[in-house]
Write a protein that binds this ligand. Structure first.
Ligand code: NAI
Length: 298
Protein backbone atom coordinates (compact mmCIF):
# COMPACT_ATOMS: atom_id res chain seq x y z
CA UNK A 1 0.00 0.00 0.00
CA UNK A 2 1.40 3.41 -0.98
CA UNK A 3 1.54 5.95 1.81
CA UNK A 4 0.22 9.22 0.41
CA UNK A 5 0.15 12.70 1.93
CA UNK A 6 -2.24 14.10 -0.68
CA UNK A 7 -4.41 16.81 0.90
CA UNK A 8 -2.18 17.05 4.01
CA UNK A 9 -0.39 20.17 5.22
CA UNK A 10 2.92 19.68 7.02
CA UNK A 11 5.17 22.03 8.97
CA UNK A 12 8.79 20.97 9.35
CA UNK A 13 11.06 23.06 11.52
CA UNK A 14 14.75 23.36 10.72
CA UNK A 15 14.07 22.05 7.21
CA UNK A 16 16.57 24.27 5.41
CA UNK A 17 19.12 21.44 5.33
CA UNK A 18 20.03 18.00 6.65
CA UNK A 19 17.24 15.73 7.87
CA UNK A 20 14.46 18.33 7.76
CA UNK A 21 15.14 19.03 4.08
CA UNK A 22 14.96 15.30 3.27
CA UNK A 23 11.62 15.01 5.11
CA UNK A 24 10.25 18.10 3.34
CA UNK A 25 11.22 16.88 -0.14
CA UNK A 26 9.77 13.42 0.40
CA UNK A 27 6.54 14.67 1.99
CA UNK A 28 6.06 17.09 -0.91
CA UNK A 29 6.83 14.37 -3.44
CA UNK A 30 4.06 12.31 -1.85
CA UNK A 31 1.53 15.13 -2.14
CA UNK A 32 1.84 17.15 1.08
CA UNK A 33 1.90 20.94 1.02
CA UNK A 34 4.84 21.88 3.17
CA UNK A 35 5.89 24.79 5.35
CA UNK A 36 9.68 24.78 5.32
CA UNK A 37 10.78 26.56 8.48
CA UNK A 38 14.39 27.47 9.11
CA UNK A 39 16.20 30.30 10.75
CA UNK A 40 19.17 29.46 8.55
CA UNK A 41 21.81 29.86 11.25
CA UNK A 42 25.09 28.05 11.78
CA UNK A 43 25.42 24.78 13.69
CA UNK A 44 25.68 26.61 17.04
CA UNK A 45 22.58 28.67 16.31
CA UNK A 46 24.20 31.97 15.36
CA UNK A 47 23.43 33.95 12.18
CA UNK A 48 20.66 33.78 9.56
CA UNK A 49 20.30 32.76 5.90
CA UNK A 50 17.65 31.96 3.29
CA UNK A 51 18.07 28.17 3.69
CA UNK A 52 14.28 27.62 3.91
CA UNK A 53 13.66 29.50 0.69
CA UNK A 54 16.12 27.30 -1.22
CA UNK A 55 14.29 24.13 -0.15
CA UNK A 56 10.96 25.68 -1.17
CA UNK A 57 12.49 26.36 -4.59
CA UNK A 58 13.60 22.72 -4.83
CA UNK A 59 10.09 21.52 -3.95
CA UNK A 60 8.47 23.86 -6.47
CA UNK A 61 10.94 22.85 -9.17
CA UNK A 62 9.83 19.24 -8.62
CA UNK A 63 6.18 20.28 -9.03
CA UNK A 64 5.27 20.46 -5.32
CA UNK A 65 3.77 23.21 -3.18
CA UNK A 66 5.62 24.83 -0.29
CA UNK A 67 5.97 27.97 1.80
CA UNK A 68 9.11 29.23 3.46
CA UNK A 69 9.20 30.52 7.01
CA UNK A 70 12.27 32.07 8.61
CA UNK A 71 10.92 32.22 12.16
CA UNK A 72 12.80 30.92 15.18
CA UNK A 73 11.29 28.04 17.12
CA UNK A 74 12.42 29.78 20.31
CA UNK A 75 9.88 32.57 19.68
CA UNK A 76 6.35 31.39 20.42
CA UNK A 77 4.73 34.38 18.64
CA UNK A 78 6.66 33.60 15.46
CA UNK A 79 5.47 29.99 15.58
CA UNK A 80 1.85 31.13 16.03
CA UNK A 81 2.33 33.39 12.99
CA UNK A 82 3.78 30.43 11.04
CA UNK A 83 0.71 28.30 11.77
CA UNK A 84 -1.50 31.22 10.69
CA UNK A 85 0.51 31.49 7.47
CA UNK A 86 -0.18 27.80 6.73
CA UNK A 87 -3.85 28.06 7.63
CA UNK A 88 -4.36 31.16 5.48
CA UNK A 89 -2.81 29.46 2.47
CA UNK A 90 -4.12 25.91 2.88
CA UNK A 91 -6.77 26.02 5.62
CA UNK A 92 -5.30 23.38 7.94
CA UNK A 93 -2.18 21.87 9.53
CA UNK A 94 -2.06 18.06 9.74
CA UNK A 95 1.57 17.35 10.47
CA UNK A 96 4.28 18.95 12.58
CA UNK A 97 7.82 17.64 12.57
CA UNK A 98 9.84 19.29 15.33
CA UNK A 99 13.29 18.94 13.84
CA UNK A 100 15.14 22.25 14.36
CA UNK A 101 18.26 21.90 16.43
CA UNK A 102 21.65 23.29 17.39
CA UNK A 103 24.76 22.01 19.11
CA UNK A 104 26.99 23.58 21.75
CA UNK A 105 29.05 20.56 22.76
CA UNK A 106 31.46 20.73 25.70
CA UNK A 107 32.14 18.59 28.74
CA UNK A 108 29.83 19.61 31.58
CA UNK A 109 32.84 20.96 33.48
CA UNK A 110 33.45 23.48 30.70
CA UNK A 111 29.85 24.17 29.66
CA UNK A 112 28.47 27.58 30.61
CA UNK A 113 24.93 27.87 32.01
CA UNK A 114 24.13 29.98 28.92
CA UNK A 115 25.16 27.15 26.56
CA UNK A 116 23.07 24.71 28.59
CA UNK A 117 20.02 26.96 28.54
CA UNK A 118 20.31 27.87 24.85
CA UNK A 119 20.40 24.26 23.65
CA UNK A 120 17.47 23.28 25.89
CA UNK A 121 15.62 26.35 24.62
CA UNK A 122 16.00 25.51 20.93
CA UNK A 123 15.22 21.78 21.17
CA UNK A 124 12.81 21.41 24.06
CA UNK A 125 11.15 24.81 24.45
CA UNK A 126 11.25 25.28 20.65
CA UNK A 127 9.37 22.00 20.09
CA UNK A 128 6.89 22.86 22.85
CA UNK A 129 6.34 26.29 21.23
CA UNK A 130 5.58 24.83 17.79
CA UNK A 131 3.43 22.08 19.22
CA UNK A 132 1.45 24.54 21.32
CA UNK A 133 1.01 26.74 18.24
CA UNK A 134 -0.61 23.89 16.23
CA UNK A 135 -2.36 22.07 19.09
CA UNK A 136 -5.75 23.84 18.97
CA UNK A 137 -5.85 23.57 15.17
CA UNK A 138 -5.24 19.81 15.36
CA UNK A 139 -7.84 19.40 18.11
CA UNK A 140 -10.42 21.30 16.06
CA UNK A 141 -9.63 19.22 12.95
CA UNK A 142 -9.72 16.02 14.97
CA UNK A 143 -6.51 15.12 13.18
CA UNK A 144 -2.86 15.68 13.97
CA UNK A 145 0.46 13.92 13.58
CA UNK A 146 3.40 15.26 15.57
CA UNK A 147 6.97 14.02 15.55
CA UNK A 148 9.58 15.02 18.12
CA UNK A 149 13.25 14.62 17.30
CA UNK A 150 15.20 13.03 20.12
CA UNK A 151 18.65 11.49 19.88
CA UNK A 152 20.66 8.54 21.10
CA UNK A 153 22.34 11.10 23.36
CA UNK A 154 19.03 11.82 25.07
CA UNK A 155 18.10 8.16 25.37
CA UNK A 156 21.50 6.76 26.30
CA UNK A 157 23.98 9.63 26.86
CA UNK A 158 27.08 10.95 25.14
CA UNK A 159 30.19 12.60 26.52
CA UNK A 160 30.14 16.36 25.93
CA UNK A 161 26.41 16.71 25.29
CA UNK A 162 24.78 17.27 28.70
CA UNK A 163 22.67 20.20 27.42
CA UNK A 164 21.63 18.38 24.25
CA UNK A 165 20.92 15.08 26.01
CA UNK A 166 18.76 16.72 28.68
CA UNK A 167 16.71 18.48 25.99
CA UNK A 168 16.42 15.36 23.84
CA UNK A 169 15.17 13.07 26.59
CA UNK A 170 12.80 15.89 27.54
CA UNK A 171 11.28 15.55 24.07
CA UNK A 172 10.59 11.85 24.61
CA UNK A 173 8.92 12.89 27.85
CA UNK A 174 6.84 15.51 26.05
CA UNK A 175 5.68 12.80 23.62
CA UNK A 176 4.60 10.56 26.49
CA UNK A 177 2.14 13.08 27.91
CA UNK A 178 0.96 14.64 24.64
CA UNK A 179 0.06 11.26 23.14
CA UNK A 180 -2.30 10.76 26.10
CA UNK A 181 -3.81 14.26 25.85
CA UNK A 182 -4.11 14.10 22.05
CA UNK A 183 -5.61 10.62 21.80
CA UNK A 184 -9.28 11.61 21.88
CA UNK A 185 -8.67 14.20 19.14
CA UNK A 186 -6.93 11.72 16.84
CA UNK A 187 -3.58 13.40 17.46
CA UNK A 188 -0.71 10.91 17.38
CA UNK A 189 2.66 11.85 18.82
CA UNK A 190 5.91 9.97 18.29
CA UNK A 191 9.63 10.41 18.85
CA UNK A 192 12.40 9.78 16.33
CA UNK A 193 16.04 9.35 17.30
CA UNK A 194 17.92 9.68 13.99
CA UNK A 195 21.56 9.01 13.18
CA UNK A 196 22.54 10.78 9.99
CA UNK A 197 25.38 12.33 8.09
CA UNK A 198 24.59 16.06 8.18
CA UNK A 199 26.52 19.18 9.10
CA UNK A 200 25.75 18.26 12.72
CA UNK A 201 27.81 15.08 12.46
CA UNK A 202 30.23 15.88 9.60
CA UNK A 203 33.24 16.01 11.93
CA UNK A 204 32.30 12.70 13.63
CA UNK A 205 31.52 10.36 10.72
CA UNK A 206 34.26 9.02 8.43
CA UNK A 207 33.35 9.93 4.81
CA UNK A 208 32.10 6.43 3.83
CA UNK A 209 29.78 6.28 6.86
CA UNK A 210 28.64 9.84 6.16
CA UNK A 211 27.28 8.63 2.82
CA UNK A 212 25.73 5.42 4.20
CA UNK A 213 23.95 7.46 6.89
CA UNK A 214 22.34 9.88 4.44
CA UNK A 215 19.21 11.76 5.62
CA UNK A 216 17.27 9.89 2.91
CA UNK A 217 17.84 6.63 4.84
CA UNK A 218 16.13 8.13 7.91
CA UNK A 219 13.23 9.83 6.11
CA UNK A 220 11.07 6.66 5.71
CA UNK A 221 10.72 6.43 9.51
CA UNK A 222 9.81 10.10 9.84
CA UNK A 223 7.18 9.80 7.12
CA UNK A 224 5.66 6.63 8.53
CA UNK A 225 5.46 8.21 12.00
CA UNK A 226 3.43 11.17 10.65
CA UNK A 227 1.26 9.14 8.27
CA UNK A 228 -2.45 8.48 8.66
CA UNK A 229 -1.93 4.99 10.11
CA UNK A 230 1.02 5.97 12.31
CA UNK A 231 1.40 4.38 15.73
CA UNK A 232 1.44 6.70 18.73
CA UNK A 233 3.89 7.01 21.65
CA UNK A 234 6.64 5.17 19.77
CA UNK A 235 10.33 5.95 20.13
CA UNK A 236 12.07 4.92 16.93
CA UNK A 237 15.77 4.87 16.16
CA UNK A 238 16.75 5.27 12.49
CA UNK A 239 20.05 5.44 10.65
CA UNK A 240 21.51 4.05 7.40
CA UNK A 241 18.31 2.08 6.77
CA UNK A 242 18.33 0.37 10.18
CA UNK A 243 15.17 0.94 12.24
CA UNK A 244 14.81 0.16 15.94
CA UNK A 245 12.31 0.77 18.73
CA UNK A 246 13.34 2.08 22.16
CA UNK A 247 11.35 1.66 25.36
CA UNK A 248 11.34 3.01 28.91
CA UNK A 249 10.92 -0.23 30.83
CA UNK A 250 10.08 -1.07 34.42
CA UNK A 251 11.29 -4.12 36.32
CA UNK A 252 9.04 -6.20 38.54
CA UNK A 253 11.05 -5.00 41.56
CA UNK A 254 10.52 -5.99 45.18
CA UNK A 255 8.18 -4.97 47.99
CA UNK A 256 10.20 -4.29 51.15
CA UNK A 257 8.76 -4.05 54.65
CA UNK A 258 10.02 -3.96 58.26
CA UNK A 259 13.80 -3.79 58.67
CA UNK A 260 14.25 -4.32 54.95
CA UNK A 261 12.51 -0.98 54.26
CA UNK A 262 15.84 0.76 54.67
CA UNK A 263 18.89 1.74 52.59
CA UNK A 264 20.45 -1.54 53.76
CA UNK A 265 17.40 -3.41 52.48
CA UNK A 266 17.77 -1.71 49.09
CA UNK A 267 21.43 -2.74 49.03
CA UNK A 268 20.56 -6.32 49.95
CA UNK A 269 17.87 -6.55 47.25
CA UNK A 270 19.62 -4.56 44.51
CA UNK A 271 19.99 -7.57 42.21
CA UNK A 272 16.25 -8.33 42.50
CA UNK A 273 15.25 -4.65 42.05
CA UNK A 274 17.24 -4.44 38.84
CA UNK A 275 16.43 -7.94 37.53
CA UNK A 276 15.00 -7.44 34.06
CA UNK A 277 13.06 -10.72 33.94
CA UNK A 278 9.37 -9.90 33.48
CA UNK A 279 9.90 -6.18 32.97
CA UNK A 280 7.01 -4.16 31.55
CA UNK A 281 6.53 -0.98 29.51
CA UNK A 282 3.90 1.17 31.25
CA UNK A 283 1.72 3.18 28.88
CA UNK A 284 1.40 6.04 31.37
CA UNK A 285 2.65 7.16 34.77
CA UNK A 286 -0.64 5.93 36.22
CA UNK A 287 0.20 2.43 35.01
CA UNK A 288 3.37 2.49 37.09
CA UNK A 289 1.31 3.48 40.14
CA UNK A 290 -1.11 0.65 39.32
CA UNK A 291 1.76 -1.82 39.15
CA UNK A 292 2.74 -0.77 42.69
CA UNK A 293 -0.83 -1.30 43.88
CA UNK A 294 -0.87 -4.71 42.21
CA UNK A 295 2.34 -5.66 44.07
CA UNK A 296 0.86 -4.56 47.39
CA UNK A 297 -2.19 -6.72 46.77
CA UNK A 298 0.13 -9.66 46.23
P1 NAI B 1 21.13 20.43 10.70
O1 NAI B 1 22.00 21.38 11.43
O2 NAI B 1 21.37 20.24 9.24
O3 NAI B 1 19.59 20.81 10.88
C1 NAI B 1 19.09 21.58 11.94
C2 NAI B 1 18.37 22.78 11.34
O4 NAI B 1 17.70 23.50 12.38
C3 NAI B 1 19.32 23.77 10.67
O5 NAI B 1 18.96 23.95 9.32
C4 NAI B 1 19.17 25.03 11.50
O6 NAI B 1 19.30 26.24 10.75
C5 NAI B 1 17.77 24.87 12.07
N1 NAI B 1 17.57 25.68 13.27
C6 NAI B 1 18.41 25.84 14.32
N2 NAI B 1 17.89 26.66 15.22
C7 NAI B 1 16.67 27.02 14.75
C8 NAI B 1 15.64 27.86 15.27
N3 NAI B 1 15.77 28.50 16.44
N4 NAI B 1 14.52 28.02 14.55
C9 NAI B 1 14.38 27.38 13.34
N5 NAI B 1 15.33 26.59 12.80
C10 NAI B 1 16.46 26.41 13.51
O7 NAI B 1 21.25 19.03 11.46
P2 NAI B 1 20.43 17.66 11.33
O8 NAI B 1 21.39 16.59 11.64
O9 NAI B 1 19.64 17.62 10.09
O10 NAI B 1 19.46 17.77 12.60
C11 NAI B 1 18.05 17.69 12.54
C12 NAI B 1 17.53 17.23 13.89
O11 NAI B 1 17.96 15.88 14.11
C13 NAI B 1 18.06 18.04 15.08
O12 NAI B 1 17.02 18.18 16.04
C14 NAI B 1 19.15 17.16 15.63
O13 NAI B 1 19.41 17.41 16.99
C15 NAI B 1 18.56 15.79 15.39
N6 NAI B 1 19.53 14.72 15.41
C16 NAI B 1 20.43 14.56 14.43
C17 NAI B 1 21.34 13.53 14.48
C18 NAI B 1 22.30 13.26 13.41
O14 NAI B 1 22.98 12.21 13.47
N7 NAI B 1 22.42 14.11 12.39
C19 NAI B 1 21.41 12.62 15.64
C20 NAI B 1 20.36 12.83 16.60
C21 NAI B 1 19.48 13.87 16.49
Amino acid sequence: MTISFEGRVAIITGAGGGLGRAYALELARRGARVVVNDLGGSRDGTGHSDAALKVVEEIEAAGGEALSNGGSVTEYDQMVAMVEQARERWGRVDILINNAGVLRDKSFAKMTPEDFEFVVKVHLIGSANCTKAVWDTMREQNYGRILMTASSTGLYGNFGQANYGAAKLGLAGLTKTLYLEGAKHNIKVNTLAPTAGTRMTEDIFPSEAFKAFSPETVAPAALYLVSEDAPTNAIVGAGAGVFQAAYVTLTQGVHLTGDALSPEGIAAHWAEITDRAGEIVPKSGAEQAMSIMARLQG
